[in-house]
Write a protein that binds this ligand. Structure first.
Ligand code: ADP
Ligand code: MG
Length: 714
């Protein structure tokens, strides 16, 4: 296609109106209102809004309407779409067809029963050893609080029904069930707090979440030449390119045409699914980008974030690229995360995290804030655990944003209020927003935010929400929000217990705020979270610093965590134990795949080429010497190369030997620690000489695309 035609096409396409595309593949409230009989619609709203149980007759009517709508839109199948402990989604498609009628025409069918309940083999999903194949039954159940949608892909159009996934014995085998439980718990406890302040109208408090998603793009042809990217999602070898991110020209830079076309398609696909894709920009590292949606109810935000990740991968392929969601695809440049923006609002429109213009006088806000600070301090280990995944070990605790130490950033204004409260019991003044003087008459002076940003803090207050920055880019945000909701529910419940029975409410709330802040002041940190000094200071304050995923896992099953989760009905003891096991299992399996991939690449790609090059050099030395030329330089180079080759071979043998020991270790936890303590260091040992060789060997012979090509040829 010529350039002119291409641009004509682009202009025509963009003529499609965003408000017409948005939500066109969603069985949303609007569609339900139009398509369901009034009575059914009302029943369903009760179920969604008040958690009433759905009766089978209503379910049948809804299923029929949903099927008719989906088939009109061209859907051929339906699926129960769920989120097992793999962290991604699962689906199994069933066509709408049933047997033929008397005239030989195929019938379409979708019953209320099929809508509400499905069966999936629980033993084929991670369950921490709790399910063997002989106790395999698992059920998926409709989550009507997240709208059904039609997914368009190579499979055609599939009606996807968001569901929870539980075992035959009722244990949650997924990420959605505990999240929904935690939203209920938080709502119940937060309502007690707002009631204390006279808000009797609110019926519900919802958690709102806006996850900012970072990702890398890479040319597909180059991707396919890298077994490490194909099998593990990250590069396991690779010398740094001459240019990385030091020019600081990629962040917010002009988006290249090919990437722009990808983003345009991605947005369209997401809008069709009702995902509120809002902001797009280039991120810090070359070939790194970000997409942020408008925040939504936590449960829907979690589902939508899964759709964002999945759609990114799918659309990239259509543009001859691949989307890398791994937290650290390339060493030496920034990795990817997911900032989880989180806030709480009542159904009558009050954001509990909105400080207003005079936070020092906003007692409800100060109580809520002090409860959150308390919650994060008491359960810092759990919050850390909730953001752990294998790839994220390269970020958290590995000198990258944010650190593994949990702390709360409040900003200048709130920190000042907190200090006044702690020292005098009262906050008489509040620092007001200042004007930004631009110094040019053509530019307006503007009011500044009350607080500057702190990009190094894992848990930062940003105006009317907290931003939990530790979650990994490839991970589900469900666990992080489940933990946040539950720990805050606990702090609210303790506060309400005390305040509901207090004879003098004003006095009691004042004392409680002061007590919470004083007792948990150590978690507040406004300085540079990346500095060595903070690591020391945090240790002095007694804050946990948990460097890896598997060291964070035991936080799930401490007495403290068990009591917390059982009290609010989020997890049973056995569900927690299962989740801890899954962490070890996932870690050990992932590292095993990475190590095996390294062995394969080192043995069959890198070493043979290096040996061949050494042979060529040796031949050149002989020929040159024969011709009477001085071969000093060639000999030096040959010596250097053979030295690295020999180091590499030794490291390869060592990694091989250690990896073979793994199956002998029966306990998954021991296996995981063996991976961390033995396999991971052995992998680093192998990478070093290989990367050194990449810098020395003739580039035309090198078997893998280089970092420069991977990051700059998008
Ligand atoms: P910031 O610049 O402070 O990061 P943005 O407006 O860019 O804020 O928003 C970042 C993300 O936070 C977006 O996904 C946005 O929808 C979300 N967000 C904004 N307000 C809230 C809120 N009250 N609760 C939860 N998420 C929010
Ligand atoms: Mg942000």
């Amino acid at each position: 296609m010529g350039e002119t035609e291409r641009y004509t096409e682009i202009r025509e396409e963009t003529a499609t109106r965003i408000d017409e595309i948005f939500g066109q593949n969603v069985f949303n409230d609007n569609v339900m209102r139009q398509r369901l009989p009034k009575k059914t619609y009302r029943e369903l709203r009760h179920v969604i809004d008040e958690g009433r149980t759905l009766d089978p007759v209503t379910a049948d009517v809804i299923a029929h309407a949903m099927k008719e709508w989906a088939i009109e839109k061209g859907a051929t199948h339906f699926t129960h779409w769920f989120q097992p402990l793999t962290g991604i989604t699962a689906e199994k498609h069933d066509a709408f067809i049933s047997h033929e009628d008397d005239e030989g025409r195929v019938m379409t069918e979708f019953s209320g029963k099929e809508l509400v309940k499905g069966e999936a083999d629980a033993s084929s999903f991670p369950s921490g050893g709790t399910r063997s194949t002989f106790e395999a039954r698992g059920y998926t159940t409709w989550d009507c609080s997240s709208p059904a949608f039609i997914k368009e892909s190579g499979c055609g159009k599939i009606l996807c029904i968001p569901t929870a996934f539980n075992s035959y014995t009722g244990e949650a085998l997924d990420k959605k069930t505990p999240l929904l439980r935690s939203m209920d718990a938080l709502s119940m406890q937060a309502l007690r707090i707002v009631r204390l302040f006279g808000n009797t109208g609110a019926k519900k408090v919802t958690t709102s979440v806006g996850p900012e998603q970072e990702y890398f793009l890479i040319d597909e042809a180059l991707y396919k030449k890298r077994p490490d990217l194909m099998y593990t999602g990250r590069t396991l070898f690779g010398a740094p390119a001459p240019r990385g991110q030091e020019m600081e020209d990629h962040y917010y830079g002009v988006i290249r045409e090919r990437v722009g076309e990808f983003m345009k398609d991605l947005n369209t696909e997401l809008w069709k699914l009702g995902v509120t894709a809002k902001t797009q920009h280039n991120e810090v590292a070359p070939a790194q980008h970000e997409l942020a949606p408008i925040y939504e109810t936590a449960n829907i935000a979690v589902d939508h974030n899964q759709l964002v990740m999945e759609t990114m991968k799918r659309v990239a392929v259509h543009h001859g690229m691949r989307c890398l969601l791994h937290e650290k695809p390339y060493a030496g440049v920034n990795g990817s995360g997911k900032h989880n923006n989180w806030s709480l609002s009542t159904d009558n429109g009050v954001n509990l995290l909105d400080p207003g213009a005079t936070p020092n006088e906003n007692i409800q806000f100060l109580l809520v804030l002090s409860c959150i600070i308390k919650a994060v301090d008491i359960h810092a280990d759990l919050l850390r655990q909730s953001a752990a995944d294998v790839g994220n070990d390269h970020r958290l605790g590995a000198n990258e944003a944010p650190p593994a130490i949990m702390s709360v950033f409040l900003g200048e204004q709130l920190e000042d209020v907190v200090e006044q409260l702690i020292s005098t019991g009262e906050a008489k003044s509040v620092k007001q927003n200042e004007m930004l003087r631009t110094g040019a008459s053509a530019l307006p002076d503007v009011e500044m935010d009350a607080t500057d940003r702190n990009r190094t803090s894992p848990f930062a207050f940003t105006g009317n929400k907290f931003e939990f920055r530790s979650v990994g880019s490839a991970d589900s945000i469900a666990s992080a929000n489940t933990v946040l909701n539950t720990i805050v529910a606990e702090a609210f419940s303790e506060a309400a217990n005390e305040l509901e029975s207090a004879p003098d409410f004003a006095m009691a709330v004042h004392d409680l705020i002061k007590k919470n802040l004083t007792d948990h002041q150590r978690i507040i940190f406004n300085g540079d979270g990346y500095s060595e000094a903070w690591v020391k200071e945090a240790e002095r304050r007694g804050l946990p610093n948990i460097p890896t995923m598997i060291e964070a896992a035991p936080a799930l099953t401490t007495d403290k965590a068990t009591a917390l989760f059982e009290k609010f009905g989020i997890f049973t003891r056995s569900e927690l134990a299962m989740r801890e096991e899954v962490v070890y299992e996932t870690y050990a399996k992932t590292i095993h795949v990475e190590a095996a991939t390294m062995i394969d690449m080192a043995s069959r790609q890198i070493l043979p080429v290096c040996i061949q090059y050494a042979g060529d050099l040796a031949k050149a030395v002989r020929e040159l010497a024969g011709a009477g030329v001085d071969t000093g330089v060639e000999k030096d180079l040959l010596t250097e190369i053979t030295m690295h080759i020999s180091k590499m071979k030794k490291a390869l043998d060592e990694l091989n030997t250690q990896l073979l020991r793994m199956p002998e270790i029966k306990d998954v936890m021991e296996q995981a620690f063996f991976c961390k303590d033995v396999i991971v260091p052995a992998m680093s040992e192998l990478r070093l000489p290989a990367d050194a060789l990449e810098r020395l060997v003739d580039s035309s012979m090198w078997p893998l695309p280089t970092y420069g090509e991977l990051m700059f040829e998008v």
